[in-house]
Design a protein around this ligand. Structure first.
Ligand SMILES: [Zn+2]
Length: 264
């Protein structure tokens, strides 16, 4: 039976408050048997954990601070998250966090916080290394800065995902140089004018994982609507077309990739 893993979804978002059980059922029916949940900020942690406690066989928690959610006193935000993470990693600890994120850099709306974003990103990279957990990286309008930060950790065994990858050939080639990283491919691939269709085949499929980033970035034909994990089948079909393989092959390989990275 086909199984798929949504490596990046925010099903704890209030967009799902009314009908999350049905959303989860539809995901299962579509063959998606794991949902990996990156965190946004300290305020979303409780909702994220509640969802993971309700569907423990399916939903896996991550912990981190999104670059667009940095408060002025972001160090206090990070200290609070680190306390939760430390407790979790102790023997018998509670939540079983499988990754760090989402973190990274985002200069799309606000360029004035770059230094703070870099400091927050570096702190979370250190958590990833200290606890040997993969890191989920969000990067928008910040490619040069991203490579600059990551280059400092090249030989330290850092591993993770370039979430929502949609870059150029040159960007793909540069990021492929970071050995421990996978490319998270989402609904953008299905958009009619997406240049990712021609870039993707240059990336070995052994380095690709699937994601929705729901409730955002719905694939065609749901573009503009609330996204949900079951729609990831449409993205998987586009990935199959890009590589000229079957969707079952895409499901098997990308799920293996996610299991290997997150040690599921
Ligand atoms: Zn996200």
């Amino acid at each position: 039976m086909r199984r798929l893993i949504d490596t990046h979804c925010h099903v704890y978002d209030e967009a799902f408050r009314e009908d999350l059980p049905q959303v989860i059922d539809r995901a299962r029916e579509a063959g998606i048997d794991r949902l990996l949940l990156p965190n946004i900020n300290p305020g979303t942690m409780d909702d994220l954990i509640r969802v993971c406690d309700t569907w423990p066989d399916m939903c896996c928690p991550m912990i981190g601070l999104h670059p667009e959610d940095l408060a002025q006193d972001f160090i206090t935000q990070l200290d609070g998250l680190k306390t939760i993470l430390d407790e979790d990693r102790r023997e018998g600890g509670g939540h079983r966090f499988i990754g760090i994120g989402e973190t990274g850099l985002d200069l799309y709306w606000d360029k004035t916080r770059l230094d703070d974003q870099i400091e927050s990103f570096r702190i979370q990279i250190e958590w990833s290394l200290m606890y040997d957990l993969p890191i989920v990286i969000h990067s928008r309008d910040s490619f040069i800065q991203l490579v600059g930060v990551l280059s400092d950790y090249r030989d330290r065994g850092l591993r993770g995902i370039f979430h929502c990858f949609s870059g150029s050939v040159e960007e793909a080639e540069s990021l492929m140089g970071f050995d421990g990283f996978m490319f998270g491919i989402g609904g953008v691939l299905t958009f009619k004018k997406s240049s990712l269709k021609s870039v993707l085949p240059l990336i070995p499929i052994e380095r690709v994982v699937l994601e929705t980033d729901c409730p955002y970035l719905s694939p065609v034909p749901f573009r503009g609507k609330r996204n949900e994990p079951s729609y990831m089948v449409n993205t998987a079909e586009s990935v199959a077309q890009a590589y000229g393989v079957s969707i079952d092959e895409v499901a098997r390989i990308t799920s293996d990739n996610a299991c290997r990275l997150f040690r599921l």
